[in-house]
Write a protein that binds this ligand. Structure first.
Ligand code: AHR
Length: 625
């Protein structure tokens, strides 16, 4: 056996000269295909949890913009000599927003303003030379023009402002924009004010302020979080939940028809994660998010069961089935259909692509057993109208013939190491698998390197079984790291009002998704540690993607042979940490990030050194065949 010569470039990597040939060996036969890899294996799962949209991806800066509940997050601002009182009143600009905050200004003048302030979602991100687009609904009497400002919390300095005339003739939407100066310091210690300089009354509703958004969408998303997701090469987005789909009670389900159209027609609703959702991220916004990141929607429809056990069966189910059919039509229908026309009216005449529909969420929690009735009822109605779609059941069912089952795994690293071969021997004749939620749960608010190792090990198992596991999505994806922002302790990406970062687990997914491959190839291991994991896939018989995971604290030396490799250099990236507890944080976002690696691949076998606590992804060019 020949020992190859290794040249290390970018960082020291995996090759050794002059060591005795190790007894452990990994052989990858890149010329021996085993199974297809699903092209849509890696995607995203999302729901309103941990301030994922409000206070997260959805760029709205004003918190509690609809005064629901009441004055939460608002406070009066009253200059010396001015006087103000406020009350919630049962009058508003629309049926959905049928209430407002009535501000009565007993005294105010050109030098003594009175009004309201809002601190946003733990501050408001302000950047230099940036334009913010705002609007509000008001019905005024006598108060005169409204002044809108962004104000620095620490200095009290106004960093941007606008003035809007009001007309005392009922409800109007007023729009404004304001631009920060070039000297303004970027940061999140800012708040918003709306004030008046004359006595009178102003009923206020839906006060909104948005910074520039990804792709400049009018009601859009934060660019930094969109870019983080784009780097994950996601193929689909599972939405709108999760528990958020179901709601605690039926009334609080994701009732998609209340989340479309102008904001003033969206009543907002209670999320099961302890706060109210603005529904600014409504059905169309989910779809546009998919469009912006070139992902396919994986639509989960409400299936008549809510978290506290309320459920629907029999004839009553028809209403919910019809809602699901209408929802599918909103997503996919031509403009000549009732709901396709509604989508066009909302600004998107083009239908969206759709292949997969999930019916419910985690219905194994429904102890009544009603899913045995609900799933087939939904499946029959959907297939009758839309035979082309694949239907996903959230737990095994006796009838209704699901195309896929959604399996969820929240585990420790050790548990995932033990599950890496779980699907190797699974039945290939039944439904395919969608791992719709999975995560290794160590580290908080975002996972540490220990978790990334568990994730990477688990992903090698999913890739190897990707003829069966067609799709997989980590959950939850987002967390606002401010105190009170988190409801679930381990989340893929963290942020505050102005900064965002990816956890080591995020980077592990970036690496894996960058190198998916289209089929797996044969691998043989002899005497490798049971904490070393690997996946070998090939793209077009040209490139081998070799993923190696060392979940031990010791460097692992083994003999490596890649049959079919073109002798030369393999380039790749490595995620490595000094200890399993290393992590990224909002203040130290780049502690554990991928580094480039290069390794010379000789013909035959060579001695390979895989660093301790490391996840490597190598691209090995193959001999032309
Ligand atoms: O991801 C957090 C929650 O875990 C989801 O809402 C739910 O589906 C699961 O129980």
């Amino acid at each position: 056996m020949k020992i190859g010569i290794c040249i290390t470039a970018v960082i020291t990597l995996g090759c050794s000269i002059g060591f005795a040939q190790p007894t452990a060996k990994l052989t990858v036969d890149a010329t021996a295909p085993v199974a297809t890899v699903s092209p849509r294996l890696y995607g995203l799962m999302t729901e309103e949890i941990n301030y994922s949209y409000d206070g997260g991806l959805y760029a709205e800066m004003i918190r509690n913009r609809t005064f629901t509940p009441q004055t939460d997050q608002w406070r009066p601002v009253v200059d010396d000599g001015a006087k103000i009182s406020w009350e919630q009143v049962k009058e508003g600009p629309s049926k959905a927003l049928d209430h407002s905050l009535k501000v009565t200004i007993a005294a105010a003048s050109a030098s003594a303003a009175a009004g309201l302030a809002n601190n946003g979602y733990w501050g408001m991100a302000v950047r230099p030379s940036t334009t913010y687009a705002g609007s509000f609904y008001a019905s005024t009497q006598g108060v005169g023009p409204a002044t809108l400002r962004l104000v620095n919390d620490n200095t009290g300095k106004v960093v941007a402002q606008a003035k809007v005339e009001t007309t005392d003739d009922g409800w109007h939407q007023y729009r404004f924009s304001m631009t920060t100066g070039a000297q303004v310091k970027a940061g999140e210690d800012n708040h918003f004010t709306i004030t008046f300089n004359r006595p009178g009354t102003a009923m206020l509703q839906l006060i909104s302020l948005l910074p520039p958004t990804y792709h400049d969408r009018a009601n859009g998303n934060r660019p930094d979080l969109m870019k983080l997701m784009a780097a994950m090469n996601p193929h689909f987005l599972r939405f709108p939940g999760g528990n958020y789909l179901e709601g605690n009670i039926i009334k609080d389900r994701f009732d998609w028809k209340s989340t479309i159209g102008p904001m003033v027609d969206r009543p907002t609703h209670q999320s099961p994660w302890g706060y109210r959702s603005t529904d600014g991220m409504g059905l169309l916004e989910f779809l546009e998010w998919c469009e912006d990141l070139k992902m396919e929607p994986l639509l989960a429809v409400y299936a008549g069961y809510s978290l506290r056990g309320e459920h629907v069966t029999g004839a009553e189910l028809r209403l919910y089935i019809q809602d699901a059919l209408d929802e599918i039509e909103y997503v996919t229908g031509g403009t000549d259909t009732r709901w396709g026309a509604e989508r066009a009216k909302d600004g998107h005449p083009e239908p969206f692509p759709l292949h997969y529909i999930e019916i419910g969420n985690e219905d194994f929690f429904d102890r009544s057993g009603s899913y045995e009735q609900r799933f087939p009822a939904f499946a029959e109605a959907i297939r009758k109208k839309y035979p082309q779609y694949k239907l996903i059941a959230t737990t095994p069912v006796k009838s209704g013939d699901p195309d896929l089952l959604d399996d969820h795994y929240y585990r420790s690293p050790e548990e995932f190491y033990g599950m890496v071969h779980k699907y190797d021997t699974a039945d290939r004749n039944g439904p395919k698998i969608f791992v719709g939620e999975w995560a290794t749960r160590t580290g908080s608010p975002t996972p540490d390197f220990d978790a990334a190792l568990g994730d990477a090990a688990w992903m090698t198992g999913m890739e190897r079984n990707s003829d069966l596991i067609l799709m997989a999505s980590y959950a939850p994806m987002f967390v606002n790291v401010n105190p009170g922002g988190m409801q679930w302790a381990t989340d893929l990406m963290g942020y505050d009002a102005s900064r965002a970062y990816g956890s080591p687990s995020y980077w592990a997914q970036v690496l894996f998704a960058e190198h998916l491959g289209d089929h797996t190839v044969k691998t043989t291991a002899e005497s490798l540690s049971d904490r070393v994991f690997w996946s070998a896939t090939v793209t077009g018989n040209k490139m081998l993607h070799l993923k190696l995971v060392n979940a031990t604290d010791q460097m692992q030396r083994f003999s490596m042979e890649i049959v079919g490799a073109a002798s030369g250099t393999a380039a790749g990236r490595e995620l490595h940490a000094g200890s399993k507890w290393e992590t990224n944080t909002i203040d130290h976002p780049d502690q554990v990030v991928p580094q480039p690696v290069k390794v010379t691949v000789p013909s035959g076998a060579w001695s390979y050194e895989l660093p301790a606590n490391a996840i490597q992804v190598l691209e090995v060019p193959l001999r032309g065949r």
